[in-house]
Write a protein that binds this ligand. Structure first.
Ligand SMILES: Cc1cc2nc3c(=O)[nH]c(=O)nc-3n(C[C@H](O)[C@H](O)[C@H](O)COP(=O)(O)O)c2cc1C
Length: 277
């Protein structure tokens, strides 16, 4: 599937939009986005389903709300996936590709894993047996004026900043930090570094070993309570940014789950490796 957008433009244009304009995207634009969603295919296997939600209340009368976090949105995208291994990485990879495509079309989104009325949205969606419903996102045109809640949320999680290269990228093993000037993967890793993550925790850690790039997840307090591990979604998002940037540069590779013989510090879990073709 071709990319259909410039990665750097989409990555820098995207941010978590929490205040929306009243006017709605037209049917043609929505169809374009939903067709793109239907064609998504991630490297991890499990297929994600994206549903457009246009109602304001569920059949049982419950309001489809976001506890005041999202203002003005009339449309939402609900994401479901079968409960299988690597389902969360699949959600992260595929839905972020859709989020970036939406950004390239001038549409705003915001990953929501926690701040929404889950039972009401679940009621309003067709959720199949054995499916998980990890993520929801508003969809629409970005309001130029941010709500006070949005401003406060961004400040609280330092949404405009990211960890430095030396805190997240390594060469050979975890004892050597990787510098931007010393790697062929500089562009792809920088695109990864700009990725969104739940509460902006940036749990991705990456070790570059020649033609292999290994992805690890740093454990965060309170994360692994349920089948929906937000940090695994974050890893999927990060691997999406990395892979798309590599594809854009004509540096194709594929993902494999083949744990390398690298001593990882406590709290780091191996997730997958990108291997140059
Ligand atoms: C998996 C995931 C879950 C998220 N859940 C929420 C949420 O429940 N509520 C919210 O307001 N923002 C949520 N966010 C948005 C993050 O707070 C945001 O991506 C991060 O602060 C970086 O800001 P940016 O997206 O504007 O670059 C989530 C992001 C991700 C990737």
């Amino acid at each position: 599937m071709s990319l259909d957008f410039n990665v750097k433009n989409a990555v820098t244009r995207r941010y978590s939009v929490r205040t929306y304009e009243k006017c709605l995207p037209d049917g043609e634009l929505l169809k374009k986005l939903l067709d793109y969603a239907a064609g998504l295919q991630n490297p991890f296997g499990p297929k994600i389903r994206v549903q457009l939600i246009e109602k304001e209340t569920a059949a049982n009368g419950e309001k489809l709300g976001t506890y005041g976090v999202i203002k003005g949105a009339k449309l939402f995208l609900g994401v479901t996936v079968a409960d299988k291994p690597y389902a969360m990485e699949a959600v992260g990879y595929d839905f972020e590709k859709l989020v970036l495509y939406a950004a390239s079309l001038g549409l705003g989104t915001c990953w929501l894993g926690g701040t929404f009325n889950r039972s009401a949205f679940a009621e309003a969606m067709e959720i199949k047996e054995g499916e998980l419903f990890p993520i929801l996102s508003p969809l629409g045109y970005t309001s130029e004026k941010k709500s006070l809640t949005e401003k406060i949320m961004r400040k609280t999680v330092k949404a405009d900043t990211r960890l430095d290269w030396q805190d997240i990228f390594y060469e050979g093993d975890f004892s050597n930090s990787l510098t931007q000037g010393s790697t062929d993967y500089a562009y792809a890793l920088e695109m990864l570094r700009l990725a969104p993550s739940a509460v902006n925790k940036q749990p991705w850690r990456v070790v570059v070993c020649g033609d292999k790039v290994h992805f690890y997840k740093k454990a965060m307090a309170g994360a692994e309570i349920s089948a929906v591990d937000m940090q695994r979604i974050d890893l999927g998002i990060a691997m999406c940014h990395f892979d798309l940037a590599m594809q854009e540069q004509g540096m194709a590779g594929h993902f494999e789950i083949a744990k390398p013989e690298i001593n990882a510090p406590d709290g780091l879990e191996y997730i997958a490796s990108f291997i140059m073709n």
